[in-house]
Structures are given as structure tokens and as C-alpha cells.
Write a protein that binds this ligand. Structure first.
Ligand SMILES: Cc1cc2nc3c(=O)[nH]c(=O)nc-3n(C[C@H](O)[C@H](O)[C@H](O)COP(=O)(O)O)c2cc1C
Length: 576
């Protein structure tokens, strides 16, 4: 199968989907959990005039332009609706304008400003906001009148996002929102179970940190006539299980909005690696069940910015360009002025090339001697998976602090007798290890575990319960491999002591322990372990605070046939 291809299919009256299929887009390339590739979807809608919604990623340049020409003479494209200006959807605007400089670009006001910097040529444009409409007229063959109504959906997940609703077909075009990174030839969401996990993962990474904005957008969607299909910008189009997906967004965003304490994670879109780095922090915060709020410093209006900053429990800021333009300069001023004494503050490198030094930004932010949310996150070379791992772990540590009171009250809330009875369940003692990537981009982690249990004979399988905020959880997605190190009764205490230490974000958890590399697939084997089991994750069941991970055991070995497994006896069930 070729790595890049384009699928073109009619998916509604007078509506053609052109899906750029990127089968092998790697994990950590953009969002964190990519394992099934992704797609960049664009759409052609023909009334009496023709509109194109979004373009594609630059890497599809030739094949995408050729495909478009098979379906329409570019000179006849009247409108190009740009849902937002992220390069994976807007990468070919210049090429299209080359073919037809008369196209009118329809986008939000912010998107049009961004585009002016992105494409460096004059273009016709019209800024739209919620309630605005454009009329494509009636398609002569179908008789359907295509009329677009727009919805502003800032922060989903870019600040400049708009949704477009075609009243003629009841199709809602949302681009990133409701999307997922999943590449297949299946145009629609026929089998919900196949894509559910990726759908959730994508929400957690990109939409969850903007849960407030999701709720706002859902309210606006609720005002529309009944929706027939959601045509997303990534993955299969949502049609067969539409209610499920919309309700998922509603429910997950409601859960996230229950927290009063949120961390404001500021970023500057289109500057260095700021966008992705801020998402990694936000994802980490979300893993701990706490709330993050991503804020684009360039695109958030000053009143809103001031409110969001002053009400936050923690404020995370990026390094900014040493010579910011006037708008950004104003936003930075607003940010600094809105900081409060009791907030937790932290700063991260944007890696934008001409950043203000991180220590100088940190000291400007801490003008009231506020506490550090985490140590400055420095980036010395182009960010890779290892960098994102460090940022995510810093986010999780902060999330745990934000949720501290809630977690303590949960610990206390268990009924006493029940608690003691639960404590009589026992388990073995294990160290789970996982490792991915190579040398400079090696991502490794480890945790002590006792909630491990065999779960099948054929094939041999087991479950591990992994707390949602564990660092290693990010390396235990479906398809990932890990290793269970079985600890021995007569020699385990030093390993427990070591792995139960509190490790700073990005720390090497194996420094100071003896390990055997390249013995087992998936992670290091501890030299002092009694046995190891090399496993591959097959399924994840979501519990309230843990993921129950079911894995197939692919390989195993015992070092000492005489020794016994260390067992963990507890008195109460509300701790490990
Ligand atoms: C005896 C014992 C058993 C544990 N078992 C589990 C477990 O089964 N699952 C889990 O998620 N955490 C378990 N933990 C907690 C983690 O091992 C520990 O908090 C973790 O190493 C911290 O890693 P983190 O930085 O990723 O949070 C256990 C802790 C102890 C002391």
C-alpha cells in the first residue's frame, strides 16, 4: 500500500470528500498517540457556485492538486472556506491561489490575519463569525440549495477556528473538532468500537484542554437544525454514531469543567514549537484529572486574557520572541499585569529561534515571588518525543498539585470495614518497565505495581491496573509493548525504594539500577528480577481512576527456579 494516497468519495448530495490518507504518520510527529496514521480531509460542495473546504498538508501537494483538477476546474472554485490556519489543512492555499487568484477565502477574522503572514500574497477574503452565511445557490441536478451558516469555535483547537453548516445537506464541517487520527479506507464511522479509543485519545490531547470552549461550541451546535453528518478534518466522517460522539464530547467536557482550579497554559501559535509543547503540558495536566486551559496569547482578546489569567490557580507561559510585534507585546503586558500573588507560575522554552531567555521570562513572571509550578522547561534542540515526555510529566505533576484536596478527600471517603476487607486482597510485587524510540529520542519509564493478574490462558494474557496519571501510562497505549519484572521475595526492597522515589519530569528512572538491555521486547529487564514477562497491550478498559490494561504475554523467562515471588500484603484498600 502506498504511503500517501487520496480517497475521493461522494458523501452527501453534491458533496465530495477528498481525503489525503497518510498511512504512516509517526507517533510524536504531532499529537502524542498516533499509531494508525491520519488523514487530512477537504471537501468540495457544488451549488450553482462551488466551495472548497480546507486544503491539505504540503506533502500531498502534487497528488492533491491533480485530484482536485479531476473534479473541478480550479478557476471555478468560488469560495475557499478555511476552518483554521494550521498547516496540515492550509498547506496548499498558495498553490490553489496560483491556479485561481480570484478565489474568495472565507475564514474567521483571526484566521485571515494569520493567513496574510502565512502566504505572503494578496488574496480576496471575507471574515465571518457566528450567524454569518454565504449562499452557493441551487445545484441544477439535485435541486438542493446549498447555504452555509458559520459558527465561531475559538480554541477547537486553534484560536481561529470556524465550523460551517450546509443547510442544504445538514452536514456540519468541524475540521479538528470531533476528529481523530485514524487512517483507513473506511469513509464513515461504521464500526464505532474500532475508532472509539483514538477518538477519546484525540479529545484528551487536543480538545480536553479547551473543555470550556467545547461547551460553548456545543451550545451553538445545539441551535442548528438536526445534523446529518459531521465532516471532520481528520479520520472517518461521523454519521452512523453521531449522537454517541457528540454526547461523548458533552460528557467529557462537563467532567473537566467541574474543577474550579485550572492551570492557564499560554502559548503563541505559529511560533517555534510552542503549540505542541503547550499541548504536551496540557495533556499531562489532563492525565491527572485536573483542568488546563490553553490560551493563545496572540489571538485572545485582552479582557478575556486578563480574566483567564487572574482566575487561574497556575499560569504557565512560554518564552516569547525578543522583539514581539505590537499585538503580542500588548498581550504579554496584559498577561504580566493579570498575574496574582498566590498563583503557581512556570515557564517553558518555545524553541522559536529568537526567544527572550527563559530565565528572564521566568523572573518577569515571578514579580510577586510566587511559587514555581515546576522548574523552567528548557529545550536545547528541536523537540522530539523525549521532550514531549518531559513536558507531559511536568504537566502531570502540576495536575496532581491542583487536585490535591480532591484526592485527599477521596482517600478518606471509603467506608472503614469495606476498606479493611478490600485490603485483604493481595498481589505480587512487580516493576513494570517500558521503552520506546532510540538514543536521542529514547523514551523510558517504570513503575512499581501490585495490581497485576493473569487474565487468559490462550493466548497467555494478563491485566495491569495503571493509574491514569502514571508517567508510564503514555507508553502503554494499544499496540505498545512493556515488560513486567517479577520481584523476588529475598531481594526486592532496594528496587522498591528506587522506583518509588519521586522522579522529576523527564528523569532517567533507570539510573543507578542494574538492567539487562535488549533481552526483552518493550522495556528493560532488571538484573535482580526473578522473572520477566514481555507483553503487548491489546485492550484498555477505563475505570474511574485506573486504566485496566489487558496485554498478551509474548515472551518470558525465570532467572532462578527456586526463588519465590515477593508478595504485597496490605491492611487497607484505599492505598496500594
Ligand atoms: C506496593 C505498591 C504497589 C503499587 N501498585 C501500583 C499499581 O498496580 N498500579 C499503579 O498505577 N500504581 C501502583 N503503585 C504506585 C506507583 O508505583 C508509584 O506511585 C509510581 O511509581 C509513581 O510513578 P509516577 O511518577 O508515574 O506517578 C504502587 C505502589 C506501591 C507502593
Amino acid at each position: 500500500m502506498s504511503k500517501l494516497s487520496i480517497q475521493c468519495e461522494v458523501f452527501g448530495a453534491d458533496s465530495i470528500a477528498l481525503r489525503s490518507l497518510d498511512w504512516e504518520r509517526n507517533r510524536f510527529d504531532i499529537e502524542f498517540g498516533l499509531r494508525n496514521g491520519t488523514t487530512y480531509n477537504s471537501f468540495l460542495i457544488n451549488g450553482s457556485k462551488t466551495a472548497l473546504i480546507d486544503t491539505s498538508h504540503l506533502k500531498f501537494q502534487q497528488i492533491w492538486l491533480n485530484k482536485i483538477k479531476e473534479y473541478v476546474n480550479p478557476k471555478q472554485i468560488h469560495y475557499l472556506i478555511i476552518s483554521h490556519t494550521e498547516p496540515d489543512h492550509s498547506g496548499l492555499i498558495n498553490d490553489l491561489l496560483e491556479l485561481n487568484p480570484e478565489i474568495e477565502i472565507i475564514a474567521s477574522k483571526v484566521a485571515i490575519q494569520f493567513l496574510a503572514n502565512q502566504i505572503h500574497r494578496p488574496f480576496n477574503s471575507r471574515a465571518v463569525k457566528s450567524g454569518d452565511q454565504i449562499d452557493l445557490g441551487i445545484n441544477q441536478t439535485s435541486g438542493i440549495h446549498h447555504q452555509f451558516q458559520f459558527i465561531s469555535a475559538p480554541n477547537l483547537h486553534w484560536p481561529d477556528t470556524i465550523f460551517s453548516f450546509d443547510k442544504g445537506t445538514s452536514i456540519l464541517y468541524t475540521c479538528d473538532a470531533f476528529g481523530l487520527h485514524y487512517c483507513s479506507n473506511e469513509l464513515f464511522d461504521k464500526d464505532a468500537e474500532i475508532i472509539a479509543e483514538d477518538f477519546r485519545y484525540y479529545y484528551d490531547c487536543l480538545m480536553g484542554p479547551n473543555a470550556r470552549s467545547v461547551v460553548q461550541a456545543l451550545k451553538r451546535i445545539d441551535e442548528l437544525a438536526e445534523i446529518n453528518t459531521i465532516a471532520v478534518g481528520h479520520g472517518p466522517l461521523l454519521h452512523h454514531n453521531l449522537n454517541r460522539w457528540v454526547n461523548d464530547y458533552r460528557e467529557w467536557s462537563k467532567q473537566r469543567n467541574q474543577h474550579e482550579n485550572y492551570a492557564a497554559i499560554c502559548y503563541i501559535s505559529q511560533y517555534g514549537f510552542c503549540d505542541q509543547l503547550s499541548q504536551a503540558i496540557a495533556h499531562g495536566i489532563g492525565k491527572a484529572g485536573a483542568q488546563g486551559q490553553l490560551i493563545d496569547l496572540q489571538a485572545t482578546d485582552s479582557q478575556e486574557l486578563s480574566n483567564l489569567i487572574s482566575e487561574a490557580k497556575a499560569v504557565i507561559a512560554p518564552t516569547w520572541p525578543s522583539e514581539p510585534d505590537i499585538d503580542l507585546q500588548n498581550s504579554i503586558g496584559t498577561l504580566l499585569a493579570a498575574l496574582k500573588q498566590k498563583q503557581l507560575i512556570a515557564v517553558y522554552d518555545s524553541y522559536g529561534g529568537n526567544d527572550e531567555p527563559i530565565d528572564s521570562v521566568a523572573s518577569q513572571l515571578r514579580s510577586f515571588e510566587q511559587k514555581e509550578a515546576f522548574k523552567p522547561l528548557r529545550v536545547k534542540e528541536e523537540p522530539n518525543g523525549k521532550t514531549y515526555q518531559e513536558f507531559e510529566e511536568a504537566g502531570t505533576d502540576l495536575g496532581q498539585v491542583l487536585n490535591q484536596n480532591k484526592n485527599i478527600s477521596m482517600m478518606k471517603s471509603l467506608n472503614n470495614d469495606l476498606d479493611k476487607a478490600l485490603g485483604r486482597l493481595s498481589g505480587g510485587l512487580y516493576v513494570v518497565t517500558a521503552s520506546q524510540g532510540k538514543t536521542n529520542n529514547l523514551r523510558q519509564s517504570a513503575m512499581v505495581a501490585s495490581w497485576v493478574s493473569q487474565a487468559s490462558f490462550k493466548p497467555p494474557g494478563l491485566t495491569v491496573a495503571v493509574a491514569k496519571d502514571r508517567a508510564i501510562e503514555s507508553l502503554m497505549q494499544i499496540g505498545d509493548r512493556f515488560v513486567i519484572n517479577v520481584l523476588r521475595e529475598d531481594n526486592y526492597k532496594h528496587l522498591l525504594r528506587h522506583f518509588l522515589k519521586r522522579f522529576p519530569p523527564g528523569a532517567d528512572r533507570f539510573s543507578g539500577v542494574n538492567i539487562l538491555e535488549n533481552v526483552a521486547k518493550g522495556g528493560p529487564v532488571l538484573t535482580d528480577a526473578l522473572a520477566f514477562l514481555s507483553c503487548q497491550v491489546k485492550q484498555k478498559l477505563e475505570g474511574p481512576d485506573h486504566w485496566i490494561i489487558y496485554a498478551i504475554v509474548e515472551q518470558g523467562n525465570v532467572a532462578d527456579a527456586e526463588a519465590r515471588t515477593a508478595v504485597h500484603h496490605r491492611k487497607v484498600g484505599n492505598h496500594y
